[in-house]
Design a protein around this ligand. Structure first.
Ligand code: PRX
Length: 653
């Protein structure tokens, strides 16, 4: 948890009520209405969820809302049968909606493609039949490693259509990370591409996949999508018998592929995320609860209307992209903008040009992007007409009040409500958020719980306090169903506190006098770098792989743009061993190889020793104090207090 954050939000007292004209048109337009719906969602959950679940199409109705007999392994909407792809695509692909744009895609070089709901329906069926023709069946796991091109959406929805479990791997991950995820999920196929554009360069995804799947016996095929900018592929090698060009295989299959009827509790996807141990965990989400919850949150939090053009700038490789580029908005029949490239390609006006060009009305991004734009300067906004915007959202990390105000004034023109949405990979959808037509907002606060969410702030003893650990009292429909292959880890990570009565997200928070929740950051060993979760233990285990490294401790420190950055303290083998720039480069290369470029620390510091307690535990708190220049906390429990002085001297070098 960053001290700066707590301090800045403690001082924050500005209040921004929703504009009256916004509330008048909003799905929910008053605090009374929100409170009544929230009360009902908790006190009469059967009736509440029955009503809203009727807004989706079910092949068979559910009979039991929730089964908690094997707590914390919850089941929702028992007896229900549905298909997430049907609700996201098929039901809009008939009648008046069929010719509405579903995905408005823009490539980094400026090429565009528009898929109507009918187009998307056609493409998804063809993709699904291609998967089937290559042996993929219901229950099989398919890894997807694609850039932000329309086929990423199509591939995900095609898996959902036939009941295959998608496991999307963000295209910034390394070959080693692909291998870990493929082996853990026992994926039968990887879907990748011949390339995609990122900051003017073509990503060479295929050779990363080749390296990643080498020796993975579970892999039967690598399906390669051609990005198709000029009707020609970027050069890549194809391995006989294993690798298949998507455009070739797709030409051979039938155009018609029905949706499979799935049980509410059938697995929809796995998405790997970092935790406080070295090994990423495969978060499990199932069809019924995830579909309904993402549908409902997208509808109310983004106040989606038929005429909206909605743009979430996340990558589908992360949960935000799953829930709020694909499933949530598409189930609402929205028009979704999808952009391939970097925010500053070719220059930092790119996002705003996209907003202007496509008349984006609802815009959802991360504080780290907002801070980057602030740094790049307001001149990049000057030529863009942002008048189409009516609602702004923020996600991924606490938003500092300065960034909130800049977003409000410069992007929102002072007229657009901002929804600061708190949630996680594990929660599947947004749990704490303002509703745009309802909630007076305060810069930096995620405000109040969504329907069905019973949030508390507790101390270790389980007492309600005004500042402490965020806790969720009961399950909600899209709660993770477990950690793939490791039920014990699920139980231990999320239900270890408070006699297993509350879900523990790993965040610290406080509640103000108005009952608003301010989430201040992680309290475990997970660091949020530019909205990406990185487990410090994961990085530490990468460093100790190097033959010169004896031990390491990685901590998160405040970072102007990224929110948090990583600092690694590395202890070398051999008493007199000295660090060098070459070694630093080797360690960085190792991080890139094992995890990905985005996980490289800001600083690697070689040290002769690490501050430890007498029982040998590294005192990270002290390392953080050193790195942030704070007065040092209690050092009396240290085995060797002199370590601190030498570290301090090194850090300030
Ligand atoms: O610490 C919280 C932070 O991001 C974590 C979840 O990360 P991830 O699973 O990668 O999902 C990110 C996108 C949903 C949380 O435990 N976080 C996310 N949103 C907010 C936030 N912290 C404060 N305010 C938010 N709005």
């Amino acid at each position: 948890m960053t001290i700066e954050n707590i301090e800045s939000v403690l001082k924050e007292s500005r209040l921004f009520p929703p504009p009256a004209e916004f509330s008048a048109e909003a799905h929910i337009g008053s605090m009374e209405a929100y409170k009544e719906m929230h009360r009902r969602s908790l006190e009469e959950p059967e009736a509440f969820w029955r009503e809203v679940s009727d807004e989706l199409e079910w092949f068979e109705d559910w009979h039991t809302l929730v089964d908690d007999s094997e707590k914390p392994f919850f089941k929702w909407f028992l007896g229900g049968r549905l298909n997430a792809c049907h609700n996201a695509v098929d039901r809009h692909a008939v009648g008046a909606m069929a010719n509405k744009a579903a995905i408005v895609w823009e490539g980094e070089p400026g090429d565009t493609r528009v898929l109507t709901y009918r187009d998307l329906h056609r493409e998804v069926q063809r993709f699904a039949n291609t998967l089937k023709s290559l042996g993929i069946q219901k229950g099989d796991t398919v890894a997807i490693y694609l850039p932000m091109i329309p086929e990423l959406a199509v591939a995900v929805l095609a898996c959902a259509r036939i009941g295959a479990v998608h496991s999307v791997i963000f295209a910034g991950f390394s070959a080693d990370s692909i291998r870990d995820r493929v082996l853990d999920a026992k994926s039968k196929m990887v879907i990748t591409g011949d390339g995609g554009w990122r900051r003017g360069k073509v990503l060479d995804l295929k050779s990363i996949v080749d390296e990643g799947v080498e020796g993975c016996d579970c892999i039967e095929h690598v399906l390669v999508v051609r990005r198709d900018e000029f009707g020609e592929a970027f050069p890549c090698e194809m391995k006989d018998g294993r690798d298949v060009w998507y455009h070739e295989a797709a030409a051979e299959v039938d155009a018609f592929c029905p949706c499979v009827s799935l049980d509410s509790e059938d697995l929809l996807f796995l998405l790997y995320t970092s935790g406080s141990t070295g090994k990423p965990k495969g978060i499990m989400h199932t069809v019924g609860g995830y579909s309904l919850y993402t549908y409902l949150t997208a509808k109310y939090v983004f106040d989606l209307k038929p005429e909206d053009v909605y743009w979430c700038t996340a990558d589908v490789g992360w949960i935000t992209g799953h829930s709020y580029i694909l499933y949530g908005p598409l189930q609402n029949g929205a028009t979704v903008v999808m952009y391939e490239g970097a925010p500053n390609a070719p220059d930092p006006s790119r996002f705003w040009k996209i907003v202007e060009k496509h008349r984006v009305s609802v815009f959802y991004t991360a504080p780290t992007a907002i801070r980057a734009f602030m740094k790049w300067g307001d001149e990049w906004l000057e030529d863009a007409d942002l008048g189409s915007l009516r609602l702004l959202g923020s996600v991924g990390e606490p938003i500092n009040p300065e960034a909130w105000m800049w977003y409000h004034e410069k992007i929102g023109g002072g007229r657009c409500p901002i929804v600061d949405t708190w949630w996680q990979t594990e929660t599947g959808g947004i749990l704490i958020t303002p509703l745009p037509g309802v909630t007076p907002t305060k810069p930096g606060s995620a405000t109040l719980p969504f329907f069905g969410v019973d949030a508390a702030i507790l101390n270790a003893a389980g007492e309600e306090v005004s500042a402490g650990l965020l806790a969720i009292r009961r399950p909600w429909p899209s709660i993770l169903r477990g950690v793939w292959g490791d039920p014990e880890r699920y139980q231990k990570t999320y239900w270890c506190n408070w006699d297993g009565e509350f879900y523990f997200p790993g965040d610290g928070a406080r509640r103000d006098d108005d009952g608003y929740i301010w989430v201040v950051g992680r309290v475990d060993d997970v660091v949020n770098v530019s909205g990406h979760r990185i487990g410090t233990a994961e990085l530490e285990s990468v460093f100790v792989e190097h033959p010169s490294v004896a031990e390491s401790a990685v901590i998160g420190v405040p970072h102007e743009v990224k929110g948090q950055g990583l600092v690694a303290f590395v202890l070398l083998r051999g008493k007199d061993a000295e660090g060098s720039d070459e070694l630093r480069a080797e360690l960085n290369a190792l991080v890139e190889k094992r995890i990905g470029k985005f996980a490289r620390p800001e600083r690697i510091l070689f040290s002769a020793d690490l501050p430890k307690t007498r029982s040998g535990k590294i005192m990270r708190r002290l390392l953080r104090d050193i790195a942030t220049g704070q007065a040092l906390g209690n050092v009396t429990t240290l085995a060797d207090p002199s370590v601190i002085d030498s570290l301090k001297a090194k850090y300030t070098d």
